[in-house]
Ligand binder design. Sequence first.
Ligand code: EPZ
Length: 417
Amino acid sequence: MDKLIINGGNKLYGDVQISGAKNAVLPIMTATLIVPGNYKINNVPDLRDTRTMIQLLKIIGSNVQYSNNTLLIDTKECNNPHAPYDLVKTMRASFYVLGPLLARFHESKVSLPGGCAWGPRPVDFHIKALREMKVDIRLDKGDIIAKGQPQGNKIHFTKKSVGATGNILMAATRANGVTTISNAAMEPEIVSLCHFLQKLGANIEGIGTEVLIISPIEIQNNSFEFDIIPDRIEAGTFMLAVAATGGKIKLKNVNIEHLESVIDHLNKINITTNLDGNDISIESDGEYEAIDMETLEFPGFPTDLQAQWMAVMLKAKGNCVIKENIYHDRFTHISELSRMGADISLKNNIAYIKGVHEIYSAPVMCTDIRASAGLIIAALCSKGETEISRIYHIDRGYDGIENKLTSIGANIRRIKS
Ligand code: EPZ
């Protein structure tokens, strides 16, 4: 397995081009199944997860080509509404095919996703909502067997869920009748999915709010282009990296509205941010006070930047608290950061961090996509040479991160296994 070797201590200077958003492109790729057609999707990052989704679309019968960050997807010949376990177990987002396959085929067999490094990842919201749409759902040897055309209904989620909102949105586009989703997720990736579904011909009211009203497609539009929005989590990762190391970088091709909470938190620790159209500059001397942070659904501070924020707080002046409200056990990075000399204690879903004067290199191991990014940030601002293993986690969600970091002055290299 590949490793990353990082020699910490360099400040970061230069420009970084932000890639398309992983969590926007994955549901949109499954949405191409809803109406048989030809779809051209631009600004698609080259990730393990997008390659896994390409594999899944091909198993279902799509013809997919990917080059120069553009996807060409032809779903006219799809004939196998099945997402097998050996794919779903590697990527939970495979579960997104459930809604589209039901919309098109009125049946689907999708393996139940397992948990992930930090714990269980249930799909009970998805199943409950589809049953309320009169879909017959049963579990058979680890597979969800779903049958029936979704019927429009009023769906309420007791807790905001990005995945469940996406699946029900897609199931509703060819349902019999209108569907209302209340307490819907408002993440930019869901807004972007709504825009794609509108292009397909669905009528969706309330986009960007927590109440969505979906009238099914009447006139199908099955051949169009679509641009993937910039990845706010990749952008936030670089913003937090330079905050920790010090320096000045400019991120190109971002959507500032998707980063307001991150910008607000950086400004609170006196990190300078300058907005310029679709670019944002961040400047830091690497010295800052600790402040508390809690993760929240959008527009709050994203859980996908929690580990990266923790890495920034390790050497901050003073002590702070991080409260993880989305996934109460998303802390596998703490044990690895502690190996580098971090002073962190955990009680339930709250991490208590005591700022230390220095953190040191140590062999550490990735456990999930975003924990890995936290380890990279810690290594970039630690003394000595850090070896990071199991970086296939990083490759799931970041397109060429070591090349982008090298281009702004980081001392980082990949050792191929
Ligand atoms: C999406 O996961 C993202 N993945 C995650 O990013 C992100 O962390 C998460 O949303 C929260 O923002 C993709 O978009 C591919 P949820 P998802 O359903 O949809 C609970 C990354 O690193 N829940 O919004 O799976 C759940 O346990 C990944 O890019 C249920 O209880 O997340 C969690 O506590 C990691 N039952 C909360 O809701 C359900 O049926 C939010 O989960 C569904 C969710």
